[in-house]
Design a protein around this ligand. Structure first.
Ligand code: FMN
Length: 352
């Protein structure tokens, strides 16, 4: 969970509790990523993952970004800040990060916003790293299989934060596929193990996706409210604040569709925000920080999945334990044995 929520403490706590914690490399420098990897290693000897953003193609329309800059001028004045520079690199330091991950391997590397090349996947496989590619359609899953990935993370439209769509295309807006439907389509398209993600907040939901063909489940929003999460306090509070009842996919903050709580900024600027990632991310970065500093959640990117109201403020390790207990109970019911009967699973799988 790039943008502040992901911390070495959170990743380590999840891994220590028997899940698979993940570090966000997105928006960090290669060295920043490496320092966090070292911190995780100092906190746990259990496996963990590192998530990379794929480099973005040059197709943002600079004129559209300038129009959006003008449309946000009033916001900058209101929050007494500047809009950011959009003449930015589009690769998120990808090659430098990969070089570190090849030299000093981690157990798992996952990719979002695109599919890595076969060569890069093979280089990681040679050093013993498991690779995962996030997909939002069966076609993207096939591309990941073709590239030699070990597994795909099947991301339903319910998911909080950015959709990992391989190529952002405004023509397919509002065509996002719900997790259960997507999972079945991907199951029938590829042979790879599947990690289901999007809107999962309870162990019973994890049982449901495992029954529907997933091998593992990945949760984001559920962990945003843990004390180990670096999400801003206002973001954490907003997730269960009755003033924020809806989520929507929007390009307002970053230029790429991402699901967040509907606030004033999203409502006002979402309708015309251009498809220009990461330019819009950098354009609005200072604004979002200024709003947070002013204590105003109405112009912050309050990323949240559709299940946000089910968030429980528990330490990460406890949350993993509760999820596993719920998963076991649900599996026992599915197997027709009641809460504590045989066939309830050994409680070691399911929560990532
Ligand atoms: C605050 C936040 C940041 C996220 N950042 C990333 C990221 O850096 N890389 C990534 O692959 N997915 C990212 N995601 C998406 C998650 O990997 C996952 O797909 C999503 O959280 C699942 O839906 P849920 O939030 O309803 O559990 C992020 C999600 C949230 C909520």
């Amino acid at each position: 969970m790039a943008g502040g929520a992901s911390t070495p403490r959170l990743a380590a706590a999840v891994s220590e509790a028997g899940g698979l914690g993940s570090l966000a490399a997105g928006y960090k420098t290669a060295d920043g990523m490496y320092q966090e990897i070292k911190q995780v290693r100092s906190l746990t000897s259990r496996p963990f993952g590192v998530n990379l953003f794929m480099p973005q193609p040059e197709y943002a329309d600079p004129a559209a970004v300038e129009v959006y800059r003008n449309q946000l001028a009033g916001e900058a004045t209101w929050y007494e800040t500047e809009l950011g520079d959009t003449d930015v690199k589009r690769d998120d330091g990808y090659e430098a990060k990969l070089a570190i991950l090849r030299d000093d391997p981690v157990p798992l590397v996952s990719f979002t916003f695109g599919c890595p090349t076969r060569k890069d996947v093979q280089a990681l496989a040679r050093v013993g790293t498991t690779t995962v590619v996030t997909v939002t359609t069966p076609e993207e899953a096939l591309a990941a299989q073709e590239a030699g990935a070990d597994a795909v993370c099947v991301q339903g439209v319910e998911a909080g934060g950015h959709q990992g769509t391989h190529r952002d295309n405004p023509e397919t807006d509002r065509a996002g596929i719900g997790l259960l439907s997507l999972l079945t389509q991907v199951r029938e398209a590829v042979r790879l193990p599947l990690i289901a993600t999007g809107g999962l907040m309870r162990g019973a939901q994890v049982a449901a996706v495992l029954a529907a063909g997933a091998d593992l489940a990945q949760l984001g929003t559920a962990f945003l409210v843990t004390p180990e999460s670096g999400a801003h306090a206002l973001h954490k509070q907003a997730l269960t604040d009755p003033r924020f009842v809806r989520t929507e996919l929007t390009r307002a903050f970053s230029g790429r569709p991402a699901r967040g709580l509907v606030n004033r900024f999203l409502r006002e600027h979402g309708p015309y925000a251009p498809a220009a990632y990461p330019q819009v991310h950098y354009l609005t970065s200072g604004l979002r920080k200024a709003a947070a500093k002013a204590g105003d959640p109405q112009a912050m990117a309050l990323w949240a999945g559709q299940g946000h109201r089910l968030a429980r403020e528990l330490p990460a390790a406890e949350l993993v334990e509760v999820l596993v207990a719920e998963l076991d109970a649900a599996r026992a019911v599915l197997a027709g044995h009641g809460a504590a009967g045989p066939g309830a699973g050994d409680g070691t799988d399911g929560a990532a």
